[in-house]
Design a protein around this ligand. Structure first.
Ligand SMILES: Cc1ncc(COP(=O)(O)O)c(C=O)c1O
Length: 425
């Protein structure tokens, strides 16, 4: 029965029952964590070949007399650029290989815009009297933190089931101070949304007042399907070529959650002019990234089929965890009218919305009972969730037993927070 249909006495009885359950969790002294969007150790073990399959001297001898052990090849090994081309459909000559972190490449790209301007900038962004960046929310806190640190005003944009609210994006892009937008187009962090073809096409075709409007297209979860059949994401550069807007897009991904987050391979892709600028500025900052790690990755994952096999192994481990969380949420919160949550087909997160004004209290109650949740507000620009209702849940890192317990603490905390509010009103 929905809480809204229950009498005050029934609500009070339910509150007392849950209060006792919560107290039992508090006394049990658990230390659990649902906040870390990281692979668990059994997932990392799937990439043992990176630790055990050696690269020998012969592997290091590259075409053209180059030696992978030495300086050089600043754009990345041609084979690694071809590898990412096969995964993304982007021509290899537009692909740049970085170190282990795509987030670092995103930061470097936006700092480049600040210092030198993007391909079509009238002046460097740091010389703009006002600069704003669009932030689809709920979204990824580390994205928002980059543009906040660089002095952009962050403008929240609503997320719908097929991507950001494009009417809103197009309306806001009519302001020349709006210089760009963050996007996680597949299995978005944290909503799990994959952008529809229509949304992707609107990004490529929309009018923007700023000539250097930049779409930060972070395809972090491009092959991270939970089901055998993944969701389809349109090729944004194909649309952009058709619309003449290739310079608008900065594309990023990495093998962080394919192999090892601490030692993976990151990539970026740009339109031709932007690629040349990126290669030039990065060429000033480094003589080249770790090519031996690129060789190790190519040995372990020579082609797209090998990646698919690797991702099926990840999915086999992750599916069970997403199922545990879904089962507890639907068993404990289903039909009460106090929470809705996402049912992602891939990626690393579940996004939980509770009754307005109850997320912070849920966080506190869970913490008292030994469960750390992602900080409330983290999924919104500047850490401010205007409705105090969103919680990002990360089921991948804890063991299955820990996850089950943490999910039970969470659902007790949600119900208590909502009942407190109802009983106070
Ligand atoms: C959307 C998104 N982008 C980027 C990253 C980090 O990527 P990398 O490890 O390549 O820096 C994460 C990590 O959770 C993420 O969720």
């Amino acid at each position: 029965m929905q809480y809204s249909e229950m009498t005050r006495e029934a609500l009070a009885a339910e509150y007392e029952r849950l209060r006792a359950a919560h107290q039992r969790f508090v006394l049990s002294g658990n230390r659990l964590d649902l906040s870390r969007g990281k692979p668990a150790a059994d997932q990392l073990d799937l990439s043992d070949a990176l630790l055990t399959e050696p690269i020998d001297r012969a592997d290091c001898h590259l075409a053209g007399g180059l030696d992978a052990r030495n300086y050089g090849v600043p754009l990345g090994l041609p084979e690694m650029r071809a590898f990412w081309s096969s995964l993304t459909g982007i021509p290899a000559e537009q692909i740049y290989i970085g170190g282990n972190s795509s987030l670092a490449l995103m930061y470097q790209t936006l700092v480049r815009g600040m210092l030198f301007g993007m391909a079509d900038s009238p002046r460097p962004w740091c010389q703009e009297p006002k600069r704003k960046f669009l932030c689809p929310a709920p979204g990824y806190d580390r994205h928002f933190a980059i543009t906040e640190a660089l002095g952009f005003e962050l403008i929240p944009v609503g997320m719908r089931s097929d991507g950001p609210d494009m009417d809103e994006v197009e309306r806001l892009a009519a302001d020349p101070a709006v210089k760009g937008i963050w996007c996680v187009p597949k299995y978005s962090n944290p909503t799990g949304v994959t952008f529809s073809d229509d949304v992707v096409y609107r990004f490529a075709s929309m009018k923007t007042a700023a000539p250097d409007f930049t779409v930060m297209w972070d395809n972090a979860y491009l092959v991270h399907d939970l089901a055998d059949e993944g969701e389809h994401l349109a090729d944004v550069f194909a649309y952009a070529r058709e619309c003449g807007t290739e310079e608008r897009f900065c594309y990023f991904s990495s093998t962080s959650k394919i192999t090892l987050p601490g030692a993976g391979i990151a990539m970026a892709a740009f339109g031709p002019k932007s690629f040349a600028l990126h290669a030039k500025t990065m060429g000033i900052s480094t003589i080249g990234f770790d090519k031996l790690n690129q060789l190790r990755h190519l040995k372990m994952l020579p082609d797209a089929e090998a990646v698919r096999r690797q991702m099926r192994r990840h999915a086999a481990l992750l599916r069970e965890k997403f199922e545990i969380l879904e089962n507890v949420l639907s068993r404990d919160l289903g039909g009460l009218g106090c929470a809705t949550w996402t049912h992602p087909k891939g990626g690393y997160f579940v996004s939980l919305d509770v009754t307005d004004g109850c997320a912070k209290r849920t966080y506190e109650l869970a913490r008292e009972a030994g469960v750390t949740l992602t900080q409330v507000g983290a999924t919104f620009p500047c850490g401010l969730d205007p409705r105090d209702r969103n919680l990002r849940l990360a089921p991948t890192y804890p063991s299955k037993g820990e996850l089950l317990l943490a999910a039970e603490v969470l659902t007790v905390s949600v119900r208590l927070a909502v009942l407190e509010k109802l009983l106070q009103s």
